[in-house]
Design a protein around this ligand. Sequence first.
Ligand SMILES: *[C@@H]1O[C@H](CO)[C@@H](O)[C@H](O)[C@H]1NC(C)=O
Ligand SMILES: *[C@@H]1O[C@H](CO)[C@@H](O)[C@H](O)[C@H]1NC(C)=O
Length: 365
Amino acid sequence: MYYSKQFILSFSFLLSLPIIFFIFIAPHVFPSPPTESLIPISDEISDQTLFSSAAASSTSLSHLSSGYPNPKLKIAFLFLTNSDLHFSPIWEKFFSNHPKSLYNVYVHADPFVNITRPQKDSVFANAFISNAKRTARASPTLISATRRLLATAFLDDPANTYFAVLSQYCVPLHSFGYVYASLLESPTFDKTDPDPNPGLRGVRVVYRTFIELISDEPRLWKRYNARGRYAMLPEVPFEKFRVGSQFFVMTRRHALLTIKDRVLWRKFKLPCYRSDACYPEEHYFPTLLNMKDPEGCTGYTLTQVNWTGTVKGHPYTYRPKEVVPELIKRLRRSSHSGSYLFARKFTPDCLKPLLAIADSVIFRD
Ligand SMILES: *[C@@H]1O[C@H](CO)[C@@H](O)[C@H](O)[C@H]1NC(C)=O
Ligand SMILES: *[C@@H]1O[C@H](CO)[C@@H](O)[C@H](O)[C@H]1NC(C)=O
């Protein structure tokens, strides 16, 4: 009796092993490809409403070409942050003494983070967009946040011509005047421009988006399969898949194209099953533009970043003692353009040394 009870116990234990394996262990070892987006449906709907009205505005606003007296072209500065804007004092200095007719500022701040609101007289005071939503690393929420910024800025001002996406860790490497002239006026700033001839009144005729469209990255295949082996097909074949920095400077035409996209978003919003290969925001924008208009892109970025000694997907972060005039000069050097315009990342306590060299180095150009 005793033995048989023992036998039944061990037998049922052995029997339960495969059950334990399939229910509790196998899903972690062999995850099935996720097929559902984790983005709340209410967020999807409110975004789609915003994107649709931005897209609709592009067809109704024809005053730019119908005799409106020479509207000034503007740069929209889009800050994507999930913390305080550590370098806002240096950005304030960057914008100071330049007329609001040349730029706009928009901030997407994660509403689930306690962020210090700027002073009333700050350029950031009325810049926080009201439709901001939760963001998380290694998730498509960073794509949504960027598209929300693009759509809000697109709708807000038809004079927004270039859209520069920045983070709270970005700093300017030049004065506003230099940045404005480089993007909107200079025929020589983009050394890769196939048609550098200036148009009427010295204003450039063709604007291109400054974004990387990298295809020879060793981890690209792993990143492509992060949602499952066939998850991106048929809309996104591997040959079209690209990687690039999420910090780009985009033309108005491409902003509209990005706002209108639904096909690629349906793929990129799927969650990854491997988080170490999940950086959707580094792939969505380069892949979309590579598929729709590669000639309209420069293929390089204007935001300098140091990837030597990268840790867990974070680039090298400069510390206060490294902030010297020589660093700024080194960070500006680019083989594709006249100069890099922005740089990341800096620890928040770099603010003081950066401010100390702002007038004498950063804004002197
Ligand atoms: C948010 O930050 C402010 C200022 O630092 C602080 O007074 C407040 O208690 C914080 N609120 C929360 C919910 O953490
Ligand atoms: C990039 O980071 C490395 C450390 O990983 C540092 O030695 C190097 O000086 C940095 N490059 C620049 C241009 O600052």
